[in-house]
Design a protein around this ligand. Structure first.
Ligand SMILES: [Zn+2]
Length: 675
């Protein structure tokens, strides 16, 4: 017992510590909700994986589907890794990052509102998110209940309270950054826990080969065949619990689709892509999150597949229902020594706290930004000169963060109350929340990132279809199994959106031009027209040999590209170039200019941190090349060179070797949080 308590206390202490550590970055809305949009690949990938897999998966789903499909339930884990992680990253991550940054949207409802230029869509999307995220959140607590009662003899009520309070503390203190760092720690615990548990449990059955042989002899028992759901085994053949596709491949496919494709339309999952730093972070994040899912989801379902070897029947004669949630706790209770049980306790707490944190952060930001403040962020070109007063903006931003923190407490308390004593109706909503959210949002979100052809009418229809189908099915007493219903809602949306788009009015092309300018294949910016010839040999546009003549690319920030200047008489000298090839500062809109200077400021801070100059000089010349850029030149009083005077364009006196340049680029990338 002492071990369990000690482990848990250390763990909880670290969680709170991270919250305190991340406090500084959580003062603005972007900092609080998106970690300043500068979260690297490891943190993002782990945040994605840990939000994906909660105790509902480890305890509930693994037990239930392992019982129903035997070892073939491992396909669910494989699907979660390939479709739910790898493909989701490949298809959605890059475009989500670029488009949400471009239209300055910080939540999924805001994406719908701005992308489709409709206040109605934004409000309705946030209402849908709100209604279904709360039961979803409550469901997260339920996942831990059985394990704590059967496995630890600790009343579930205490655990639920502890989890709620701790999560509230670190999310409120540190916002998304704290959540992401804690997700990482929790993710490591999940990886360790699951691999160890599988090894120990299989060992008790005489190793992998012996355990699989026993599963091949297993068959549905009298309870399975005598109750609703027996249809699953209509075509059962001997050995199916160890066969490739199990007793019912089609039914299994439904589960794979719901649990894998569903993440594509869940606001708290897609939201992870908003804050990732850059393209290379996306590539690495794709690999990391896929491997994470292979181990965690693959491991959970694989383990659950052996349930029949440990539990004689999943049917509870007392309640007259199948008690799938007690299968995994029973397996563990029979096999694990005390220390490992402590690890499992942390594993389950980790899985649940990370999902909980991500859900309440998503709910509170949606509620604050989309319903209370309704701050429809206009697309940058629409903001005219002088419209926004910076001090007022800053004050409103701070107020929003306060509101979000209050709402986090509210949501956590609300979901805790629901979880401790779920009203019948909400318990039902819990079962369909995943299907309803993904059914409504998945298709319009995904198509909206890619196609100019998606219409407002199609988005409305998809909302009505996803929510309508799942809710009607629930009210009718689930004629279709809720899981299959969720899968139908999602796949149906993929057909509904293109179909309705054919018959409803398109969005105006000027609006679409603005929105789609964020991608590489952007519509040509009219402001670059006079320079098209010049762009071909411009170092900042064409890069390659033209850049190599004087600079080395460090990376890209939201509104600029950053280069190390090869001439290093002033140690640390860099260039910050605008993303557009325009000559004058006056060619930028107010919003573009603000973002450009935010980048200049970010680079200057990096210079001060890395090289501690006595003064940074800022110079923007460009009489002949017409690409707006600033030279940021650190000056040192003790070196006297050009101190007190104007720095030369290119004094041609100090050049370094490749290794030294490389070192500087790496230092800058770290200081700029470019991963
Ligand atoms: Zn250029």
């Amino acid at each position: 017992m002492l071990v369990k308590v000690l482990f848990t206390l250390v763990f909880l202490g670290i969680m709170v510590g991270v919250g305190i550590y991340s406090r500084k970055q959580s003062r603005s809305v972007d900092g609080f909700v998106l970690g300043g949009r500068s979260v690297g690949p490891w943190l993002t990938a782990f945040a994605y994986g840990t939000s994906y897999f909660s105790a509902v998966v480890f305890v509930g789903y693994a037990g239930q589907f392992g019982w129903k499909y035997g070892l073939s339930s491992t396909w669910i884990g494989v699907g979660n890794a390939v479709i739910g992680s790898m493909l989701a990253w490949l298809v959605l991550a890059r475009r989500t990052r670029l488009m949400t940054q471009h239209i300055q949207s910080r939540t999924m409802p805001d994406f719908f509102g701005t992308r489709f230029d409709s206040e109605g869509l934004r409000v309705v999307a946030s209402v849908i998110a709100f209604i279904f995220l709360i039961p979803y959140t409550a469901g997260v607590y339920m996942g831990i209940s059985k394990l704590f009662e059967t496995g630890f003899g600790v009343p579930y009520v205490y655990c639920a309270w502890t989890m709620a309070i701790l999560t509230a503390v670190y999310v409120i203190l540190g916002g998304y950054k704290a959540t992401a760092i804690n997700d990482f720690i929790q993710g490591v615990i999940m990886l360790l826990g699951i691999t160890t548990v599988i090894a120990v449990v299989l060992n008790h059955q005489g190793g992998l080969v012996a355990a699989v042989a026993k599963m091949a002899e297993a068959a549905p028992n009298a309870d399975d065949l005598g109750h609703p759901g027996a249809a699953l085994y209509a075509n059962f053949r001997a050995g199916d619990f160890a066969s490739l596709f199990g007793p019912n491949g089609w039914s299994l496919l439904g589960v794979v689709v719901l649990t894998s494709l569903g993440t594509w339309g869940l606001p708290q999952m897609v939201g992870k892509f908003y804050s990732i730093t850059d393209e290379s972070a996306i590539r690495r994040g794709t690999i990391i999150s896929t491997l994470f899912a292979v181990v965690v989801a693959g491991g959970c379902y694989f383990l659950g597949g052996f349930g029949r070897l440990f539990v004689p029947t999943a049917f509870n004669a007392g309640t007259g229902r199948f008690a799938f949630d007690s299968i995994v706790p029973t397996m563990l209770g029979q096999n694990l020594p005390d220390v490992l049980m402590a690890l499992v306790l942390l594993l389950v707490l980790s899985a649940s706290m990370s999902t909980l944190a991500s859900l309440v952060l998503t709910s509170s930001s949606t509620m604050t930004l989309d319903l209370i403040y309704r701050d429809r962020k206009s697309i940058e070109e629409e903001v005219s000169e002088g419209k926004i007063d910076d001090t007022i903006t800053a004050r409103i931003e701070r107020r929003k963060v306060v509101v979000m923190r209050v709402l986090i407490v509210f949501f956590i308390v609300l979901s805790l109350m629901i979880a401790l004593n779920p009203p019948h109706f909400i318990a039902q909503l819990m079962g369909i929340s995943w299907g309803a959210l993904a059914g409504a949002f998945l298709a319009p979100f995904m198509y909206g990132l890619y196609g100019r052809w998606v219409t407002r009418g199609a988005v409305w229809t998809s909302f009505a279809w996803g929510v309508g189908l799942t809710v009607v099915n629930m009210i009718l007493g689930n004629p279709m199994n809720p899981i299959n219903c969720g899968a139908v809602a999602m796949l149906g949306g993929m057909v509904v959106v293109p179909l309705v788009s054919l018959f409803t009015p398109k969005l105006p092309s000027e609006h679409l031009d603005l929105v789609f300018r964020c991608y590489g294949e952007r519509t040509r910016d009219p402001r670059e027209e006079p320079f098209l010839e010049e762009k071909k040999t411009c170092g900042y546009c064409a890069e390659g040999e033209y850049l190599a003549a004087y600079g080395i690319k460090i990376g890209e920030l939201p509104a600029s590209k950053v280069y190390l200047f090869k001439e290093q008489s002033h140690r640390g000298r860099v260039i910050v170039a605008a993303k557009l090839h325009v000559s004058e500062l006056t060619a930028l809109t107010a919003a573009e200019r603000n973002r450009f200077f935010a980048d200049v400021d970010r680079v200057a801070r990096a210079i001060h941190t890395l090289y501690r100059p006595d003064k940074v000089n800022y110079g923007a010349y460009g009489d002949t090349g017409h690409h707006l850029h600033f030279h940021l030149v650190p000056k040192y009083a003790n070196e006297a060179f050009e101190w007190g005077g104007t720095f030369a364009m290119n004094p041609k006196r100090t050049f370094l070797d490749d290794a030294a340049y490389d070192e500087m680029v790496k230092a800058y990338r770290r200081a700029l949080a470019l991963g």
